[in-house]
Design a binder for this molecule. Structure first.
Ligand code: ASP
Ligand code: MG
Length: 454
């Protein structure tokens, strides 16, 4: 059995859904189980509808609901033509959209969108896309069978970011999903959504369809999980910055996790953890280029010195110096308390006995933070800094890779350095405008033409 998950752009319109069908058809022999996201942009639209109606803008909200109806009907007609199947699907989808419209009116009356009602509304995206996919797959000759995600993905009541109950999910998956696949049919389920034991609709948090796929794969001990998206996989660097960035065949889970904090928006590694942890390989593939090799993410990966270079600018560096820090226990705690109180998330940290430097992404909290920090010692703020990260499973094994990384930065002012606790991420804080040139220099050092990637 394999789990085949299609993201929003991979089911974004009739053509994409047809491509998805042929990808599934090519995997018939492996008992594919399909998980789909909402069509691209639909979850955002649904959440906007909820906010709008709760704010009293019912007419605008209903207009957006009707636009969603239009979009889904149109794609259904493109896929199924003028046929009884199309009429049946359209009346089913139309009934769902009517419910959605009623919910929208209810939110408008209440004047409030609670997490519970946000989930009830957001869930329509995957409910619609999964029905659409089933009908389209059947039209392409695949014996697709809709599986109601809310019967399988059992969660707690933490609406908008519900925690899955893995035992209950395993039980339901074995009962409702596995027999369908074993029978030669193709189960198709919406990702992202679940339900509490008493039947309230929940969602697993944004981007949650990958999580659904991983949970299902783990529950069924699938051979592999394929995440079909709109990029080729993970690369040695952002190709918009580094010309000649290369596709990575294989990446370790811990490496992928370090890279994810740099907006490598391929997927969030934590969402696939339930599967990777069990040794189930996860492949990231491009549905526009189904013959590509993609990137394989596994728990253990080849121990390369350097796997990828990442970077971001717009970072603020804060330096705090105080003689009081010397020998005083609890100082770091007091410092981080300030950030916690102001809800400012700290990214990189380096400390010595008398100073601590750290970076934050969101400088909007700075004015509020500063007076509290100044009570602790001398504070210096450096805006417009950037972070470059060198990530590799064997980065700190032996001195060679570190020496080469720093050697490549010989003429660049470095404002801070930090090696992750895992030893696989060397983070370098440089001037904001140096981020791209530094990334290119490091990439050239480690991935120059002819250098092996894996
Ligand atoms: N449709 C949901 C979202 O956009 C879940 C997903 O696509 O993974 O967040
Ligand atoms: Mg999405």
């Amino acid at each position: 059995m394999i789990v085949v998950k299609f993201g929003g752009t991979s089911v974004g319109d009739a053509d994409a859904i047809r491509r998805a069908a042929s990808i599934v058809a090519a995997r018939r022999g492996r008992q594919p189980i399909v998980v789909v996201s909402a069509m691209a942009g639909v979850t955002n639209a649904l959440l906007a509808i909820a906010e709008q109606s709760a704010r009293g803008q019912l007419i605008g909200a209903i207009r957006s609901v009707e636009a969603l109806r239009e979009r889904h009907m149109q794609q259904a007609e493109l896929l199924l033509g003028d046929s009884p199947e199309c009429a049946e699907l359209c009346s089913e989808m139309s009934a769902m959209i009517d419910e959605l419209a009623h919910l929208t009116e209810a939110l408008n009356t209440l004047g409030d969108a609670t997490p519970r009602s946000l989930d009830a509304i957001a869930a329509y995206g995957e409910q619609l896309s999964s029905q659409l996919a089933v009908a389209a797959f059947r039209k392409c000759g695949l014996p697709a069978e809709h599986v109601e995600a809310r019967d399988v993905m059992v969660t707690d009541e933490a609406f908008t970011r519900a925690e899955p109950n893995t035992d209950a999910i395993a039980e339901a998956a074995l009962r409702l999903v596995a027999p369908v696949a074993r029978d030669g049919r193709i189960p198709v389920m919406g990702g992202f959504i679940g339900a509490t034991p008493r039947g309230l609709t929940t969602t697993l948090g944004r981007g949650g369809s990958d999580y659904s796929a991983a949970l299902l794969g783990a529950a069924l001990q699938a051979e592999a999980i394929e995440i079909w998206t709109d990029v080729d996989g993970m690369l040695t660097a952002d190709p918009r910055v580094v010309e000649g960035a290369r596709l990575l065949d294989r990446v370790g889970f811990d490496e992928a996790s370090e890279l994810a904090s740099f907006g490598a928006k391929v997927l969030h590694p934590m969402t696939i953890y339930p599967a990777v942890r069990l040794g189930i390989p996860v492949l990231v593939l491009n549905s526009r280029r189904p013959d590509g090799k993609g990137t394989l993410i596994t728990f253990e990966a080849p121990r390369r010195g350097v796997t990828a270079i990442a970077g971001k600018s717009g970072v603020t560096l804060i330096r705090l110096r105080t003689p009081r820090m010397l020998l005083s226990e609890g100082f770091l705690r007091t410092t981080f308390d300030v950030f916690h109180r102001h809800r400012a998330s700290v990214d990189v940290v380096a400390t010595s006995e008398v100073s601590v430097s750290l970076t934050i992404d969101d400088a909007s909290r700075l004015d509020a933070l500063l007076p509290d920090l100044r009570e602790l010692g001398d504070v210096a703020i450096e805006r417009n800094r950037g972070i470059v990260a060198v990530v590799g499973a064997a980065l700190s094994a032996g001195g060679e890779h570190m020496a080469r990384a720093l050697g490549a930065l010989r003429d660049t002012p470095i404002h801070m350095l930090s090696l992750s606790a895992t030893g696989i991420n060397l983070t370098i804080v440089v001037d904001g405008e140096q981020v791209s040139p530094v990334m290119r220099r490091l990439h050239e050092e480690f991935f120059h033409e002819g250098a092996p990637v894996s």
